[in-house]
Design a protein around this ligand. Sequence first.
Ligand code: ATP
Ligand code: MG
Length: 663
Amino acid sequence: MNIKIKFIIFNTALIVLITFGLGALFIVTVKGMLNKEMEKRGLDLGRALAEKSGFGFALRPESEILEAIQEIMQRDQILSARVSDARGKIIAHSDIREVGKMVPPQSASQLSYGKNKGSGSYIDVNLPIEGVEIRDDDFLIPDDPAGKKDQDETIVLGNAQVLMSLERVETFIRSLTATLAAIILGAALLVMAFVFHILKVFLSPLQALKKGVDMLGAGNLDHRVQISTKDEIADLARSFNQMAENLIHTTVSKGELQKSLDLLKRKEQDLRLFRGLIDRSNDGIFVVDPETSRMIDVNEKACANLGYTREELCRMKVTDISPNVSDELAWKAHAQEVKRKDYVVLEIIHKRKDGSTYPVEINVKFIRLEDKEFFLAVGRDLTDRRKMQAQVMQSEKMSAVGQLAAGVAHEINNPLGVIIGFAQGLVNRLKPGDSYEMPVKSIEREALRCKNLVQDLLTFSRTSVGDREPQDLTHILESAVTLVETRAKMGKVTIEKVLSKDIPKVLCNQNQIQQVIINLANNAFDAMPDGGKLKISAHLIEENPLSWVSLKITDSGAGISSEALPKIFEPFFTTKEVGKGTGLGLSLVYEIIKKHSGTVEVTSRPGETEFHIKLPARTGRELEEHVIQVRERRETSGWSPDRDLTKYGKGSLERKPEGHKGV
Ligand SMILES: Nc1ncnc2c1ncn2[C@@H]1O[C@H](COP(=O)(O)OP(=O)(O)OP(=O)(O)O)[C@@H](O)[C@H]1O
Ligand SMILES: [Mg+2]
């Protein structure tokens, strides 16, 4: 039910109620007044009948009373009139049939209302007819005020009754009620029409406003409310129109919003993808503020290389991680150069969080974007490249030296054979006390030394790894230790062996591995002229997917200087006196281990030098297969150790390219 109907019903009901109430009050008042009037008339008539019916001490004769009744009956609205005596017997009545009937005598005046079936409502006026009792010889004056009452007593002679019809009054009241009801109804209708009109006038602007709000809610921001009145509602409409106008500027439609959201999502996805790609780059990427050298952003690789989190790096400056530009002045010069050249490539050092450093090739690009200046630096960790370069250099050097050594050894070998032959022939012919004994023996000894040297050179230059068999490394170690034990004792060096029991067989050339251990042990003895400790340990290590036999030879000697460390594996590098060392020992070690598909690393500090050798551990099945293959080849086409090396050597070398830390 809308407000309009509610308002109309409420108002009409209120007005109808009020007018009905007032009308009822009016009718009741009018009816009361008319009844009073009728009562007065009835009483007057009753009194007149009573007076005419009595004359002092007795009732008048019936004829006189009848006359009086007839006179009353001629009056308007009189239904009946009667006079009864003191006993109640009707002595005169307007209806003759009633004469003689008995009615209850009344001593006091009575006025009552009654209702007849035929004649309707009436007023019953019943008055006593009073007289005076006359004593003997006394003359009764009924209304003498002189006080005869003291002697004369008033008596009721009978009753006079008049019935007056109220029909006319009721008819009047009925017509009055009908008129009033019609007036009220008409007034109610009028009020309804009036209220309807008023509401229409007042509510139509409100309805227009409501419609406007609905349209606005539905997204129609162009709808405006038109109100021609000049009141508060018109003000409201103006405010509403203004609000709609403002909304056009501040609101975007749902469709537009969705489009913007989709666009934002796509951009976010692109950004995430881009960020993911940048983070997965193999090079560290840095966005740097040229002014302050502060790192604005870095990728994950940069964090991984430097050991910092992104948050930490973004609080730091380039000067904190690069010793090359460790102060503001150096940075300013560097920044100026980059800006001038627009793009520079440098090889610098970066410092990790743990303090260690690593070489970096850094490509710095100067970028100006949206009025801001940036350096975009891409840093490539050169550690692996440097290692590879060193290895290649070492290999090239080795091969050059190898070729040279092979040539020299070949050329020297034959004359040396002749020298040794003749020297030994002369030694055999020496007589005791011969003055040539010393020089001839010296020639033989030195020639033999040369022969050993030539042998070393040949071993070094040969690419062959020799005959390889599955060997028990513990056994090789034990026999090598036996060979160096005498020297250890003489040099006051204690040898400690820590050999794990689970070491599998290793496919190797026993003599060569033994030579490796002897060379390393001899170097250790040389480094401990006043004695010390030599520790030899071996155990199995797993580096998925490969297993290695790890061999460590550690001494408590003076250590290797940082200048010498990168060169110790080079052929002919020695720090020993002429005649004491040739500088071939470690290069032989390196070559042999390399040809066994293994690696050798050295770490050294004063008081401790450790050579760590890793040889690939073969499973029992691999070794069996190898033995079968070798046997087959020998039986069919003859066996070449080089071909054998190809299978087991190269693959492993490629998997584990790094050589020794010392290089
Ligand atoms: N355990 C060690 N402690 C200290 N320095 C060492 C040790 N091992 C090797 N070196 C250094 O490395 C150099 C090279 O060693 P390498 O075995 O190649 O040659 P060498 O011992 O000098 O001569 P060669 O072994 O041919 O007789 C040595 O001269 C020495 O300075
Ligand atoms: Mg040596």
